[in-house]
Design a protein around this ligand. Structure first.
Ligand code: PEP
Ligand code: MN
Length: 342
C-alpha cells in the first residue's frame, strides 16, 4: 500500500501518517519525490485496513501496490533516482543525463598494478575506479584478493588520483571495512540473494552497486534491491553482468533487454558490466556500445595494463588504450540519445 501525500504536505503531516501506520503494526517508509512524498507501507502480508489514513491532513489517496517489490517500484516514485557519488574529482551521478564510466582491474594485486591502471583510467576520462580486495572465486586455490591491504591501496589511489572507489564486500566483516574505505559498495552476483548481507549493506551509509545474480529473474533482481531499500539505503545502483548461458563463445550472455525492463518497472539506475557479461576482451567494446545504446546509466569495465599476467579475469580485461577508445566511441552514441559522458 502506498499513501500519496499532497505536494505541499508538511513534514509534520508526513510524520503523523508514518506514526499512524506504525501504530497499526506496519512499517512506514517515506519516499520523497520531486513533486510529492509517498509513504510506503511494508510489513503487511495481506491487505491493509485503511482506517482513517485517507482522511488524514496532507493525504491525497491510498493506492494498493500489487507487485512484490514496493520501494524500488516506479509506482512509488515516478521520476528516476539519481545516485550521487562524491569523488575528489567531482560528483559522479548514476541515473541522470550523464552516463557514468567505471574502470579498473578485476582484483587489486599490487600497489604498482593499481596505480598504473588508475593512471590510465583517469586519463581515459573516468572518475570512478573499480577493483576487488575480496574476491569471490570459484576455486579456493585461485587468488582470493589482498583483503584490507587491498582496500588501503585503493584509498591511496583515491588520494593520489582523485578517483572514487568501487569495491566488493563478500561477507559481514568485509562489508564493514569496505563501507569505511569505498565510495560505492559492490555486492557481487554470487551474493545477490545473500539476504543477511543485503540487510547489512542496506544499513550502510554508502551507495550500493548490486549485481544481478547469474540466474536471477527480473523480479528476484528487483527484490534484492528492495532488501537494500527496506533497510533505509535508497542509493542503489543495479548492474546487469550477464546470465548463465549455453552459448559457447562467451562466459555469460549479457542480457541487455533487462535494461529497459528494469527502467519500466523501477526508478533505480542500471549500469552494465560488459566484462563479466562476455568474458572475452574482444567483445567488451561492441557490447559497451550496445549497452549505452540500449539506455544504460553507466558501464563497469575491467581494465588491466598486463592482462596476460592478471591474477583474475585477464581474458576479459581490456588494455588501457582500448578503454580510452571505448569511452570515445560510447560518448558519440550517448550524444545521439541526448546524454553525455562526463
Ligand atoms: C567482479 O566485479 O569482479 C565480480 C566478481 O563480478 P560478478 O559478481 O558480477 O561476478
Ligand atoms: Mn572480475
Amino acid at each position: 500500500m502506498l499513501v500519496v501525500m499532497q505536494s505541499h504536505a508538511t513534514d509534520e503531516q508526513v510524520r503523523a501518517v508514518c506514526e499512524r501506520i506504525e501504530s497499526l503494526g506496519f512499517k512506514a517508509l517515506p519516499v520523497p519525490g520531486a513533486g510529492r512524498t509517498a509513504v510506503c507501507i511494508t510489513g503487511n502480508s495481506g491487505a491493509v485496513e485503511l482506517g482513517s489514513l485517507e482522511s488524514m491532513p496532507g493525504v491525497i489517496e491510498c493506492i494498493p501496490v500489487s507487485k512484490p517489490y514496493k520501494l524500488v517500484s516506479r509506482d512509488v516514485k515516478a521520476e528516476n533516482t539519481v545516485v550521487r557519488v562524491p569523488t575528489p574529482l567531482g560528483e559522479v551521478a548514476f541515473g541522470g543525463a550523464d552516463i557514468a564510466m567505471v574502470g579498473g582491474p578485476c582484483a587489486i594485486e599490487t600497489r604498482e598494478q593499481a596505480f598504473t591502471v588508475a593512471k590510465h583510467v583517469k586519463a581515459a576520462g573516468a572518475r570512478l575506479f573499480r577493483g576487488g580486495a575480496y574476491k569471490p572465486r570459484t576455486s579456493p586455490y585461485s587468488f582470493q584478493g589482498l583483503g584490507e591491504p587491498g582496500l588501503e591501496i585503493m584509498a591511496d589511489v583515491r588520494k593520489e588520483f582523485g578517483l572514487g572507489i568501487i569495491t566488493e564486500a563478500i561477507d559481514h566483516e568485509s562489508l564493514d571495512l569496505v563501507a569505511e574505505y569505498a565510495d560505492v559498495i559492490q555486492i557481487g552476483a554470487r551474493n545477490m540473494q545473500n539476504f543477511s548481507l543485503l540487510k547489512r549493506a542496506g544499513r550502510a551509509k554508502k551507495p550500493v552497486l548490486l549485481k544481478r545474480g547469474m540466474s536471477a529473474t527480473l523480479d528476484e533482481f528487483l527484490m534484492a534491491g528492495e532488501y537494500l531499500m527496506s533497510e533505509g539505503n535508497y542509493n542503489v545502483i543495479l548492474c546487469e553482468r550477464g546470465v548463465r548461458t549455453f552459448s559457447d563463445f562467451t562466459r555469460n550472455t549479457l542480457d541487455l533487454a533487462v535494461v529497459p525492463a528494469v527502467q519500466k518497472r523501477s526508478h533505480l539506475p542500471i549500469v552494465v558490466d560488459p566484462s563479466h557479461g562476455t568474458g572475452r576482451r574482444n567483445k567488451v567494446l561492441p557490447l559497451s556500445r550496445a549497452a549505452v545504446a540500449v539506455g544504460a546509466d553507466g558501464l563497469l569495465v575491467e581494465v588491466h595494463h598486463d592482462p596476460d599476467r592478471a591474477l583474475s579475469d585477464g581474458p576479459q580485461s581490456i588494455l588501457p588504450a582500448e578503454f580510452e577508445q571505448l569511452i570515445r566511441e560510447v560518448r558519440q552514441i550517448a550524444a545521439v540519445l541526448g546524454r553525455t559522458i562526463n
